[in-house]
Design a protein around this ligand. Structure first.
Ligand code: PLP
Length: 730
């Protein structure tokens, strides 16, 4: 990675010179017409640089640029995209949702801290759902005109790329980022030098320097902290480089940089948020740093923390106790022993901030966030209940059901996740301003009136696009000479456009039970290989590098896919990332999800599939409890087994899924009329879009955050609007 301001590739003709600034604002990625401007320049190159316009502009032949700059049709589209891009950056207060509905929030930003952001595959600083959710949150904030600044780390090595070995075992490959491949810009001070802030890790006398990269996501800026700065001791230069690689101490260092460095970076850049949002516990130290600033101004801990609490929002995402960061006291001593005196606290008082019944004497980052944030939520109604029951011990004087934690159900950024052909179809049938009002349920009513033929043609197109994408991926892997014919077979060469296609893709955590559908292989084989009504299954997902249980699941699917009795109708698609994900959500007929309830906090992939017209076949857990009740026609809800023993629950849940497939899903899909259209299936597919897209959009989600949490938090923050001077010393 280099500073894109400097590594300038070949010159662009002036007439289309705007392609460069556009490539550096990820806004292009959720504007199909903007993306097409790059793709059209050289479709094969665009695919081979994994849809990264920064690289495309570096490598494209000058001849193609000249041709485009002389093509009136291209220029016409170019001018329209550039006009929209200019309008985005230059909006009056009345032109956005926030300007019209919450003008008070338009003035000063919210700081949104997240250890990951999944904005676009070319910026691999996400591992899965949490990061993609943060990216969708930022995009919706941009769309709505909410001033938000994101804070995260720049993981130069990103998250692992997944390869399967010859035996189907997951190999964790460190991605090699091409220098200059990301749309990042180094933040510089007035003197033109890189702006650096300082944080001490375990030694108060040894501060390390951190530089800051900016990424533009529409109107929103993300700032990514980077410890790989010349002059820093070697061991600190890699602290920010890997996402979730390394041990607990590495993790603590990262979180110290994210939380404490994040606050200092905002101060150094002169950005003064009024209220703050911590996405999951990883960023909790930002709360301490803000308390420290006030204490440094002369307040005592109690008054200082009162101010921080009044202006802080915290979202918890995980109902699995092991999913919360807990650090042992000896590490807290090492990294914070010189810090808590600056909060005016004793060791005991400090450690008590991170105490939680279930964590022993460890320092729990979620507990810290709960205590120092006045506005707290889980991410679905069910998860809200679970979160209240997990954390009520923090408020010993409050009855457990009254634990002050609410819920705001997750949502997804529809322009990112609805396939371009489906968006074009919606453009033709929805009100012209539907993209400004995606959260309104009324806007979606006309979906039901789309002619079946037209609707089904788009669904089939998406399915063919998915298969073409998988085949092209295999071709490239094959031509790399790294894979053998069995690996090619596992990647799905025999998938066909006609059969009912079921998708299953997520992180391979064992509680998500990816192999549940293989509980009775003979029964599954009968379902898949029926002569008149065939079914095919596509799997994807990465296991955490340290999770051998998850890797065994992947290996099992690999072996199953090679078993001839399934007749080539099972595939495992390597390297699940946002690029593959968007093809999958658009191209499958059924989205399968069978977690062990109640361990799915929300889940968002099913929302993305539904917004494209896929029907969900899922255990009633997380978001699907709400989705299925909002619209029972949008899929099938499997009541989770009440069994406490995992084996028995697995057996029950698998039985229920087979029964639904055999009796309902497959017959409905193959119930065709003379025109070979599955009329009832199409009706339900449209209903899934109509009912679920607005309700589970990130626009609805961010508006709910605004109305219920951001407004009160900003009022809390505005009472002490005088921001403390950015104190540099620890
Ligand atoms: C949406 C998404 C996820 C999260 O899906 P879940 O249903 O929450 O597991 C993970 N990875 C990618 C690439 C995604 O786009």
């Amino acid at each position: 990675m280099t500073d894109t301001n400097h590594a300038r590739p070949a010159a662009l003709p002036d007439r289309i010179g705007g392609l460069r600034p556009l490539s550096e604002n990820l806004w292009w990625s959720w504007q199909p017409h903007a993306e097409d401007l790059y793709r059209e320049l050289d479709p094969f190159l665009f695919a081979s640089v994994e849809e990264n316009p920064v690289l495309l502009l570096r490598d494209v032949a000058p001849e193609r640029l000249r041709r485009a700059a002389a093509d009136p049709a291209y220029l016409d589209r170019y001018d329209r995209v550039m006009a929209e891009f200019a309008a985005l950056l230059d909006t009056g207060p009345g032109s956005t949702w926030v300007g019209r509905h919450q003008p008070g929030l338009a003035e000063r930003p919210v700081a949104y801290f997240s250890a990951e952001f999944g904005v676009h595959p070319t910026l691999p600083i996400y591992s899965g759902g949490l990061g993609v959710l943060a990216g969708d949150h930022a995009k919706a904030a941009s769309d709505l005109g909410l001033p938000l600044v994101g804070i995260s780390l720049l993981y130069r090595q990103g998250y692992l790329r997944q390869r399967l070995g010859h035996d189907g075992w997951q190999l964790d490959v460190t991605p090699s980022l091409e220098p200059g491949a990301e749309p990042t810009t180094l933040v510089r001070g007035d003197d033109g030098e890189p702006l650096c802030i300082e944080v001490s890790l375990d030694d108060p006398n040894a501060r390390i320097r951190i530089q800051i990269w900016r990424v533009q996501v529409g109107r929103v800026s993300l700032y990514l902290l980077d410890t790989d700065v010349e002059g820093n001791p070697q061991w600190t230069r890699t602290v920010s480089s890997r996402l979730y690689g390394g041990d607990q101490e590495h993790r603590l260092r990262q979180e110290k940089i994210l939380g404490i460095g994040g606050v200092r970076a905002l101060r150094a850049m002169g950005i003064g948020p009024v209220y703050w949002h911590g996405n999951e516990g990883h960023a909790a130290f930002h709360l301490l740093e803000r308390v420290r600033e006030w204490v440094n101004e002369g307040l005592d801990f109690e008054e200082a923390s009162r101010r921080v609490i009044a202006s802080s929002v915290f979202t918890s995402h995980t109902p699995v106790p092991a999913g919360h960061d807990v650090f042992p006291p000896y590490l807290m001593d090492r990294y914070f022993g010189f810090y808590w005196p600056r909060l005016g606290l004793s060791r005991e008082e400090f450690l008590a901030l991170g105490r939680h019944d279930a964590s022993g004497d460890g320092f729990n980052m979620t507990a810290l966030s709960m205590r120092l944030s006045g506005f707290r939520n889980g991410v679905s109604a069910r998860h809200g209940e679970i979160t209240r029951s997990m954390w009520h011990d923090i408020w010993p004087d409050i009855e457990p059901p009254l634990t002050p934690i609410t819920s705001i159900t997750n949502g997804v950024h529809l322009p990112t996740w609805i396939s371009p052909p489906m968006q074009e179809l919606l453009d033709r049938h929805l009100p012209a301003d539907w993209e400004q009002r995606m959260q309104d349920e009324d806007v979606w009513e006309p979906v039901l009136e789309i002619p079946d033929e037209e609707f089904w043609a788009v669904r089939e197109q998406n399915n063919r696009d998915l298969l073409a994408y998988l085949h092209e991926y295999s071709r490239r892997r094959w031509s790399s000479r790294e894979i053998d014919p069995r690996q090619v077979v596992a990647a799905g060469p025999f998938l066909q456009p006609q059969p009912l296609t079921i998708g299953f893709a997520r992180r391979f955590a064992t509680y998500k039970r990816a192999t549940l559908i293989f509980s009775d292989p003979d029964r599954l084989a009968r379902i898949l290989t029926n002569r008149e009504r065939p079914v095919q299954l596509i799997f994807a997902g990465k296991a955490h590098p340290a999770d051998d249980g998850g890797k065994r699941f992947i290996q099992e699917i690999f072996w199953r896919s090679l078993d001839p009795r399934f007749e080539g109708r099972i595939a495992f698609a390597e390297d699940y990332d946002m690029l593959l994900a968007s093809r999958l959500y658009g191209g499958v007929d059924v989205w399968l999800n069978n977690p062990r309830a109640p361990l799915e906090a929300s889940g968002t992939s099913g929302m993305k599939a539904a917004a494209n017209g896929a029907l969900n076949l899922s255990i009633l857990d997380g978001w699907w409890i709400e989705g299925f009740h909002a619209s029972p026609d949008a899929g099938w809800g499997i009541e989770p087994s009440a069994e406490l023993l995992d084996d028995k629950a697995d057996k029950d849940d698998a039985e229920a899924i087979y029964a639904a497939l055999e009796r309902e899903v497959v017959p409905l899909f193959y119930d065709r009329d003379d025109a070979n259209l599955p009329r009832e299936w199409i009706r339900r597919s449209k209903e899934a879009i109509r009912a679920l897209a607005p309700r589970f959009s990130s626009q609805r989600m961010v508006i709910e955050y605004i109305d219920r949490l951001y407004v009160p938090a900003s009022e809390g923050g505005a009472r002490w609007i005088k921001e403390p001077a950015g104190a540099k010393g620890d």
